[in-house]
Write a protein that binds this ligand. Structure first.
Ligand code: SF4
Length: 426
């Protein structure tokens, strides 16, 4: 098994152990795969390992040339085992999900991405690719002590600004990388504004209807005033390195539902400074509002999409009063105003890299003149998601690496990444 990664599993005490009798396997929407060497990378710093409840590890058995379920601890067959998955660090796109077999009644997995992980030459490996060279969310760049000092000092200094208090909690309690960068006066800073949303995404991290699926962040409960917003945004735009301020964060609903507040804030920011990038992360539901924000000074938009196929978009976003076409028109609106447009494209191996999805995605890129695809990992229980999508027979998988190379070949000017770019040089 020289130079092939081997399976890892968790024993009854939660220790993660390698089992050399089986090779590491991956899953492509439930179909088990043997990762190729060019699909393996060392587990990136800042990644986490998850033990999957009531899920048995699956590995590849070279002797039998088949995939095998590890149903008990090979070192103590009386003991149970659990599958292990990696939650890989930002800036990396997953190529295979973790390979496991769910036991009957297995609980729903929380809202994270579950990527394949194995052991090779003394270290953990995963199936991924670094899709963005930008180091703004690299684990080693966060001096937590300094961030805490800066955040507490600013929260004290601006104790009447509700948004500063909210972002202080985001940085110190939730560990939000964007909020942490705000308090380090660098890169991309968050501007959450909306307690409400006009979609009901299956994987929404700020609001969940299912009792067995906790939202990972509390949603903001107030709409900050343009003054509160500008007190956060203007100093950042004026002095941060590669400054970006972004409406539309994980801790809120849909910012376009606060368009008047955004329009007034953006206009005030641009009266104060021409420096930096003003960005909107959104579900793109209200293209007319987007046009108004562009006139006020919005520079870029990132529209979230689980699929470029309207039927799967609708099944995931469960939109109220808008549809895929509105999201597409919002991209066109920013392009028509000379702005920068990207999609926040949720990647699930075996779903996002099918022939049908590729055909739809290339049409969307060609029709809209999209500038960037942020290839982010879909944070959801893969089995539940696929059951909700009901993908049926459309399972001709081309592979995530193949999807990336086709995008690069067909659209040489299209950027692939993970983060909202600063559109001005530092
Ligand atoms: S658009 Fe955003 S806030 Fe709204 S339901 Fe979806 S993830 Fe949640």
């Amino acid at each position: 098994m020289k130079n092939r990664p081997v399976l890892v599993y968790a024993d009854a005490d939660g220790n993660i152990i390698d089992w050399p009798a089986l090779e590491m396997a991956g899953s492509s929407a439930g179909t088990y795969r043997r990762p190729r060497h060019d699909e393996l990378i060392p587990l990136p710093e800042g990644s986490e390992l998850f033990l999957l409840p009531d899920r048995l590890p699956v590995g590849f058995n070279r002797d039998g040339n088949d995939f095998q379920v590890l149903s008990s601890d090979p070192y103590d067959p009386s003991k149970p085992v659990r599958a292990v998955a990696a939650f890989i660090a930002p800036a990396h796109t997953q190529l295979y999900s973790a390979a496991y077999k769910s036991l009957p009644g297995a609980p729903l997995l929380p809202l994270f991405a579950y990527t394949a992980v194995g052991w090779l030459n003394g270290k953990f490996v995963t199936t991924g690719v670094r899709i963005d060279a930008d180091r703004r969310q690299d684990f080693r760049n966060f001096d937590l002590h300094k961030i805490e000092q800066n955040a507490r000092r600013r929260m004290q200094r601006e104790r009447k600004n509700r948004l500063v208090q909210h972002l202080g909690k985001c940085a110190l309690t939730y560990g939000c990388p964007a909020a942490k960068n705000l308090f380090m006066d660098r890169w991309e800073a968050p501007l959450p504004t909306s307690p409400v949303c006009n979609a009901r995404c299956l994987g929404c991290i700020s609001f969940q209807e299912r009792k067995d699926l906790p939202a990972t962040q509390d949603r903001i409960t107030f709409v900050p005033t343009p003054d509160e917003i500008c007190a956060v945004a203007v100093p950042h735009l004026e002095k941060a390195r590669r400054a970006v301020v972004s409406f539309g964060q994980g801790c809120e609903g849909e910012p376009l539902l606060q368009a008047e507040t955004l329009e007034a804030s953006i206009a005030a920011m641009r009266r104060a400074t021409a420096r930096g990038t003003i960005n909107l992360n959104s579900n793109g539901s209200l293209p007319d509002k987007v046009e108004r924000l562009c006139r006020a000074g919005l520079n870029s938009i990132r529209v979230s999409m689980n699929s470029a196929r309207p039927e799967f978009y609708a099944k995931y976003f469960r939109p109220r009063g808008y549809g895929f076409e509105d999201a597409r028109r919002s991209i066109l609106a920013v392009k028509a105003s000379g702005g920068f447009a990207s999609i926040n494209y949720f990647i699930l191996p075996g779903f996002s890299d099918t022939r049908g999805e590729w055909e739809a995605l290339r049409r969307l890129v060609a029709e809209t003149g999209l500038d960037l695809i942020q290839m982010r990992n879909l944070n959801i229980d893969p089995e539940w998601y696929l059951s909700m999508m009901g993908t049926g027979a459309d399972r001709e998988v081309i592979g995530v690496l193949e999807l990336i190379s086709r995008l690069k070949n067909e659209f040489p000017d299209l950027r692939l990444g993970y983060f909202n770019p600063a559109l001005q040089s530092p």
